[in-house]
Design a binder for this molecule. Structure first.
Ligand SMILES: C[S@@+](CC[C@H](N)C(=O)[O-])C[C@H]1O[C@@H](n2cnc3c(N)ncnc32)[C@H](O)[C@@H]1O
Length: 283
């Protein structure tokens, strides 16, 4: 693999999108808490483990893993996004963590030392690699014998109404970007179980399993919070940032309707999320 892989992703996660993710760190951790728990349980993370967190973002999973491995284990977290990694480091500092190390770098080419980890985990990170098969093949020597992998990834867009419900409502008023190919880096590139088995199997992993995780994702404690989230994060943020006039008003009204329909008696807006929790191990 050459050094110019993942350039689009590096640009994307260091631009406005990465800054927005950094701003939403705490909210994202609440939204995706069930994925964090499922990934760390699936990898059986416990005291003493040496863990690698791939695409750690704002460090939500890193912090939770560091808590589980303490006092003798450690977590190394890597991400290409400078704004998110900075946020992760701040949060680790504020929590007084001494067993977490953060690397600003591309997991697909980073020279991890051989056999330096017992487990690799990722919450919603593995789907963004340009060449996931080659990335995992390169990373596997960093795992110790019988090393574990657990990845939380999205299933298909139709099942993920938290992202696609607002899109379906507003798309007619917006200029949506072309849909990425099924295997292009992006949130849904690990949705197909056959592809996941092929990518990880060819990379050298064994005992590959996919377990569904279905849950309701809280998009906000009020309509306003949920609307802000949809407008700043996720698939509508870019098209909404360029639309003006009547179409903008119509798009916002359509999104608001969907959010209202999914608001509970306490005002919390929740929409369906659907993941695979993928587990595998080295031979
Ligand atoms: C959807 S975000 C998830 C972040 C975090 N794991 C979470 O759950 O909040 C995907 C993350 O993967 C990171 N990422 C994408 N490609 C990467 C690569 N090649 N190496 C390291 N990190 C990468 C992005 O910068 C981003 O932080």
């Amino acid at each position: 693999m050459t050094d110019d892989v993942n350039m689009e992703q590096i640009e994307f996660w260091n631009g406005d999108h990465g800054t927005a993710w950094a701003r939403y760190a705490e909210i994202i951790d609440v939204m995706f808490a069930e994925i964090t728990d499922a990934v760390l349980d699936a990898a059986a993370i416990s005291v003493g483990d040496r863990v690698l967190d791939l695409g750690c973002g704002n460090g939500g999973t890193t912090l939770a893993a560091a808590d589980k491995v303490t006092p003798i284990g450690s977590v190394t977290a890597i991400d290409i996004s400078a704004p998110m990694l900075e946020r992760a480091q701040e949060r680790a500092g504020a929590a007084g963590l001494v067993n977490a190390t953060f690397i600003l770098g591309d997991a697909s080419i980073y020279p991890f030392a051989e056999r330096s980890f017992d487990a690799m985990v990722s919450r919603l990170g593995a789907m963004f690699f340009d060449d996931p098969e080659e990335t995992f093949r390169r990373m596997l020597p960093a795992l110790d014998s019988r090393g574990r992998i657990a990845l939380g990834v999205w299933r298909g867009p139709r099942e993920n109404l938290w992202a696609m419900g607002p899109v379906a409502a507003a798309k007619d008023f917006l200029e949506m970007p072309p849909r990425p190919g099924l295997e292009d880096p992006g949130p849904f590139s690990f949705a197909d179980p056959d592809r996941v088995r092929s990518v990880l199997g060819n990379a050298g992993l064994t005992d590959i399993k996919l377990a569904p995780l279905d849950f309701q994702i809280p998009l906000g404690g009020s309509l306003e919070e949920a609307l802000n989230f949809v407008m700043e994060m996720g698939p509508l943020s870019a098209p909404l940032s360029t639309v003006t006039g009547d179409n903008r008003q119509k798009a916002i009204a359509a999104i608001t309707n969907v959010l209202k329909e999914n608001q509970d008696e306490y005002g919390i807006v929740r929409l369906a999320g659907a993941c695979w929790i993928i587990t595998a191990r080295t031979a």
